[in-house]
Design a protein around this ligand. Structure first.
Ligand SMILES: NC(=O)c1ccc[n+]([C@@H]2O[C@H](COP(=O)([O-])OP(=O)(O)OC[C@H]3O[C@@H](n4cnc5c(N)ncnc54)[C@H](OP(=O)(O)O)[C@@H]3O)[C@@H](O)[C@H]2O)c1
Length: 280
């Protein structure tokens, strides 16, 4: 593997540390975003998942690609297959960021995208991350700042939250060797924590009380819509807390160490490394 690697969502949560990791490994990277600017020392290319006219310039001349759907979109089954087709028709290996648990049922849209990739004939690796630890900043920080509260419909469900740096390291490994081709990996942190335990860690780091408040789906949707989130996305986010309440997101796997050769980062380590942002 000596060609270029295309990274979709290169300015995003996983994309940015992935570009950084690949550049550090000496790989030639093409970083895709809607404005096409360079990212972390890598050349940029314009890519819009809503506009297939942008796909050829992104995929021509690369031999591997990190494929994901940006946050905020829910139409995986409509948006992702044309991207996979653009890769497969050029023989580009795809490392696909899916979602933990979607293999529970073949009717789940993300699982159908995985199946399309498996049948495409192009080399692939599927990565299924659990809930990102980074959501405590990206999604829940406004509640922490305003009221010292993380209010989500998780009941007492635990999750093995994963640090985006570990997803990026896993993707970098999958992109730079063929040892993992044709396989799927369930990416988790090293332990399952409840939201009250995570709130306590954050509270200690920022020196302010932070409490977990278990709320129901409707209250959660009302809060998000009040904060400007489109209702359809708020309802989607509420729906994905069902597996949390069922205890399904508490599973811990060894897939991060298998892919990266290092242990997955703890929530405590993430809180320490992100304390300044959590305080800010
Ligand atoms: N958050 C979680 O807990 C979690 C857990 C498991 C799986 N996932 C999955 O992970 C994915 C999100 O990953 P992430 O958080 O790394 O992504 P993200 O940060 O939300 O993605 C944003 C990136 O996508 C780009 N982008 C935005 N709109 C775009 C468009 N229309 N066309 C092309 N690029 C666009 C952004 O660049 P520009 O704005 O610069 O264009 C940016 O680079 C979702 O599919 C989600 O289902 C999330």
């Amino acid at each position: 593997m000596t060609g270029k690697i295309l990274v979709l969502g290169a300015t995003g949560n996983v994309g940015r540390p992935l570009v950084r990791a690949l550049v550090a490994k000496g790989e030639a990277v093409r970083a895709a975003s809607r404005d096409g600017k360079p990212v972390e020392g890598a050349d940029g290319v314009v890519f819009n998942i809503l506009d297939p006219m942008t796909f050829p310039a992104a995929f021509d001349g690369v031999d591997r690609a990190f494929v994901m759907m940006p946050g905020g979109y829910t139409e995986a089954k409509a948006l992702l297959p044309p991207v996979i087709e653009a890769a497969a028709s050029r023989g580009v290996k795809v490392v696909f960021q899916s979602v933990l648990g979607v293999d529970a049922d073949e009717s789940i849209p993300y699982r159908q995208v995985e199946i399309a990739l498996e049948k495409s004939g192009t080399p692939y690796v599927i990565l299924r991350p659990n809930w990102f630890t980074d959501n405590f900043i990206n999604y829940w920080k406004p509640g922490i700042d305003a009221a010292g509260v993380i209010a989500v419909p998780a009941a007492d469900g635990k999750s093995s939250f994963i640090d985006v740096r570990d997803i990026a390291d896993s993707a970098a490994a999958a992109l730079t060797t063929d040892r993992f081709d044709g396989k799927a990996f369930n990416l988790t942190g090293p332990q399952a924590l409840g939201y009250a335990e995570a709130a306590a860690l954050i509270s200690e780091a920022i020196g302010k009380p932070v409490a977990y408040q278990a709320i129901d789906d409707d209250a959660f949707v009302d809060n998000l819509v009040g904060a400007g989130v489109p209702e359809v996305y708020a309802r989607f986010l509420a729906s994905i807390f069902y597996p949390v309440r069922q205890g399904w997101t508490a599973v811990v796997t060894a897939d991060v160490p298998t892919l990266t050769g290092h242990p997955a980062r703890t929530v405590a380590a993430w809180v320490k490394d992100n304390a300044a942002t959590l305080k800010g």
